[in-house]
Design a protein. Structure first.
Length: 343
């Protein structure tokens, strides 16, 4: 059974994203079609997304280290907290641009210890060292990826979705990609991977397929909110699912529960999602004023009206999300850029 196979799997990330073709209004899919309306009033929030606040800072300038914690980039928000070259404003480290002028629209993003991998729709899957300057060009891993959207990585294998099929390749580019096409009626967006399994968001049926590499579907997970989009899997074997109807779902992949839990609602349309030990991050598509927001919400919050804090605000079209031990990474499909920010 899937439960036993999953328990044997080791989890190494995956950040999962979704293709955004244009700036959208509340309730619209990042793919351009309406998949429903927000589940509740999108004004319900714990943080004003239009304020420019990026969360996690302090306005108290007093400190035991003699620094101004509101503006000192070496002591930003707390003594000894360095912004690593970024500015410190109101006790918060600013985001840092790590890739610009990409050859197309960046959508999915995934990270490993040394590199990040970005899907450029219709162009390529690119790889680039995390510490490389923004002006350094990324290296193509695979070319000509028409319709590609989400990407995930586990144990040196990079996999991405593209309509009716999924492709995987070694992250070091040592071999050509393998195409998996055991599917007949599916349009894939989100993807999460482990050593053994692929989790694939099928928008045709509003379900998640659980598929061992190169084999037939092992299980089907259903019951998600309308407009299934992004996927992220954490080390506790919880699958997080974003939807274009503004709902964040969660489901234990080893549980016998058939109905996913509604974790949070009231967002505009959601795209990518990423999780770490403490937080879940979601990419909210632009509002009527054209502002996109990345929200950070505690995983242990029990309040479905709690959207979390606006961790990064006033974005173009934040699409793909990924996390490592230090940073949140994201693509902006509107500006053809990749950014990161200290968590």
């Amino acid at each position: 059974m899937v439960a036993n196979l999953l328990r044997r799997s080791s989890f190494a990330l995956a950040a999962f994203t979704v293709l955004a073709l244009a700036r959208v209004q509340a309730g619209c899919s990042p793919f351009g079609a309406s998949d429903g309306t927000p589940s509740s009033d999108a004004s319900t929030t714990n943080s004003d997304a239009s304020s420019g606040s990026d969360g996690g800072g302090t306005t108290d300038a007093t400190s035991t280290c003699g620094a101004d914690l509101t503006s000192d980039p070496l002591n930003c928000g707390a003594c000894g907290k360095s912004c690593e070259g970024a500015a410190c404003t109101a006790g918060v480290c600013a985001p840092v641009l790590i890739a610009s002028q990409l050859p197309g629209k960046p959508v999915g993003i995934a990270v490993d210890d040394k590199e990040y991998f970005v899907v450029i729709d219709g162009v390529a899957v690119l790889r680039k060292a995390k510490d490389a300057a923004p002006s350094v060009s990324a290296t193509p891993l695979v070319a000509a990826q028409k319709g590609a959207a989400y990407i995930a990585i586990a144990a040196g294998k990079v996999c991405w979705t593209s309509s009716l099929h999924v492709e995987c390749a070694p992250s070091d580019g040592s071999a050509s990609p393998t195409e998996y096409t055991p599917f007949n009626t599916a349009t894939f967006r989100g993807i999460a991977t482990t050593l053994d399994l692929m989790y694939l968001a099928n928008t045709e049926q509003q379900e998640v397929l659980v598929v061992p590499y190169g084999k037939a579907t092992q299980a089907t997970l259903s019951g998600f909110a309308t407009g299934i989009e992004g996927l992220a899997l954490d080390a506790a074997e919880n699958l997080y699912i974003t939807t274009s109807s503004g709902v964040l779902n969660r489901r234990s992949v080893v549980s016998t529960k058939t109905v996913p839990e509604t974790v949070a609602k009231g967002y505009n349309a959601l795209a990518g999602v990423a999780v770490d030990e403490t937080y879940v991050y979601v990419a909210e598509q632009p509002d009527a004023a054209g502002r996109g927001t990345i929200w950070r919400r505690r995983k242990d919050s029990k309040d479905v009206a709690d959207r979390g804090e606006a961790f990064v605000s006033k974005q173009g079209t934040p699409t793909g999300l990924a996390v490592d031990a230090k940073y949140l990474y994201w693509t902006d499909a509107a500006t053809s850029e990749v950014w990161r920010k200290l968590k």
